[in-house]
Design a protein around this ligand. Structure first.
Ligand SMILES: [Zn+2]
Length: 76
């Protein structure tokens, strides 16, 4: 089971105008700059306290659990 978490997109509000923008987890992880679709301001994506990285780790863990469950079921 391969899982590309970098492709997951999240919505976040522009700090300037509040417009809801989308960014991929990869963009956030890399701290890229996105342009707001509402006001065309540059928004620096900052992964504060590495929360995105922690969220990714949590998602990976839950997928591992899922895989274990699938394996257990298959053995019966
Ligand atoms: Zn904006």
């Amino acid at each position: 089971m391969s899982l590309n978490l970098d492709k997951i997109e999240i919505e976040f509000p522009c700090p300037n105008c509040g417009f809801s923008n989308k960014a991929s987890l990869q963009q956030i992880r890399l701290g890229e700059i996105v342009i707001c679709s509402g006001c065309h301001n540059n928004i620096k994506l900052v992964d504060e306290d590495a929360s995105t990285q922690r969220a990714i780790e949590r998602i990976k863990e839950s997928f591992k659990d899922l895989k274990r469950t699938i394996e257990k079921i298959n053995r019966r």
